[in-house]
Design a protein around this ligand. Structure first.
Ligand code: ATP
Ligand code: MG
Ligand code: MG
Length: 373
């Protein structure tokens, strides 16, 4: 999606990823041999250096990268690395991220470092209470890395499930809704934000995103945007950031985590906003004027298409069904294999009212692969 946005602006993109025909490489055909894509891992320092030698600005779409190499090459790429390696380093260890946010005055729930022992988990539960959210500090995504300890008897099970990774624990947050805001930060540190959205997760994976947030009290959205913008102001470097938050019954907001890149909760912006999160990411890292993040439709939502099994046919059939729904736009990512729970694509749905949106959404939910509801 970033490559597609770049292509409309005649911006050349060189992609580093494993495989010759990975999704982004399917979108951009190199205009010159010097712009050929690179086959390799984003954790491979040799390949990252090769990429850096070919580009004016280097950006990432995942935070689990070799940040040491990025720090080393930061000054050698003409327009730098964005977001900055400092930001990526702070965010990729979720415990360090939380410490940074707390020290910067951002609202986060209580948390503690935890050793991978039964005693340490029990001690954390004594201090923070049950249920306890035990999390891997690194390499986490889609909730793979989280374990909810509801009973102290589960301490060993939790350690086994999370393996030998460094852990920390968070106090359980009894939120009424999960919400998110995409924030764009220019190279000069100016920030603008997209509307507040509601994110609905199923088994820890984002299932639906509704924009804008449906709430009778407009001050809630205002507060959430301020929290999100203030959090991003504490980081460095340009680009878009996805800020995940918890909304409490009293209208207060806690920060969950920040993604230093285009984010699933911002996919809806392609069809529903004046400027998509991808185009604004490019504009930010290239010092182009930022585009308006305003909604251009009254109501929108995004529905993730997750693999139900290894069957690609189910995905294709669902995508084809979505073509019959007014206001629906399907995005298939071109991933080569389908797996249960893997994000294979998404649908953005727009409508003139929330009521019309719900009406259009219903048949899509009924036809989802694997019979989701
Ligand atoms: P992502 O794919 O968003 O990067 P992740 O693996 O980093 O996910 P988190 O965002 O930390 O995981 O947590 C996943 C989900 O678990 C959250 O969206 C929320 O539903 C729930 N969750 C996380 N932290 C807490 C908490 N402290 N209390 C209650 N629920 C939580
Ligand atoms: Mg995360
Ligand atoms: Mg998350």
């Amino acid at each position: 999606m970033l490559a597609a946005a770049a292509s409309l602006l005649n911006i050349d993109v060189v992609v580093l990823d494993v495989g010759e025909h990975t999704p982004a490489k399917q979108v951009v055909a190199p205009r010159a041999p010097s712009l050929a894509h690179i086959d390799g891992s984003f954790a491979d320092s040799v390949k990252i250096r090769k990429l850096a030698s070919k580009v004016d600005v280097l950006t990432v779409e995942i935070e689990h990268v070799d940040v040491g190499v990025l720090e080393e090459i930061e000054g050698k790429v003409p327009l730098g690395v964005h977001p900055s390696p400092f930001t990526i380093k702070t965010i990729q260890d979720k415990f360090v991220q939380k410490e940074h946010l707390r020290a910067s005055g951002c609202p986060v729930s209580d948390f503690l470092p935890v050793e991978s022992t039964v005693e340490a988990v029990k001690e954390a539960a004594e201090r923070l209470g049950l249920p306890l959210m035990l999390k891997s500090r690194t390499l986490a995504y889609d909730g793979r890395g989280n374990f909810v300890v509801r009973d102290l008897k589960q301490a060993q099970e939790a350690i086994t499930a999370l393996g030998n990774r460094p852990l920390y624990a968070e106090k359980w947050v009894s939120f009424v809704k999960e919400i998110a805001v995409m924030v764009v930060r220019s190279r000069e540190g100016e920030v603008i934000s997209y509307p507040v959205v509601e994110t609905v997760h199923k088994e820890n994976i984002c299932h639906l995103v509704f924009a804008p947030l449906r709430s009778r009290d407009p001050s809630i959205a205002e507060r959430a945007r301020t929290v999100a913008e203030n959090a991003v102001k504490t980081l460095q470097g340009a680009g878009v950031f996805g800020v995940e938050m918890f909304l409490m019954a009293d209208g207060s907001v806690y920060l969950n985590e920040i993604a230093p890149r285009p984010h699933n909760s911002g996919h809806y912006t392609i069809e529903a906003c004046e400027t998509s999160q991808y185009e604004n990411h490019l504009r930010a890292i290239l010092s182009l004027p930022l585009g308006s993040p305003a909604l251009k439709v009254p109501s929108a939502c995004m529905l993730n298409i997750l693999g139900a099994s290894s069957s690609m046919d189910e995905i294709r059939e669902f995508a084809q069904f979505s073509l019959t729904v007014p206001g629906a736009r399907v995005h298939l990512y071109g991933k080569s294999d389908c797996r249960k729970g893997r994000k294979m694509g998404h649908i953005t749905l727009v409508a003139d009212s929330d009521a019309e949106l719900s009406k259009r959404l219903r048949p899509l939910l009924e036809h989802l692969p694997g019979g989701h509801d």
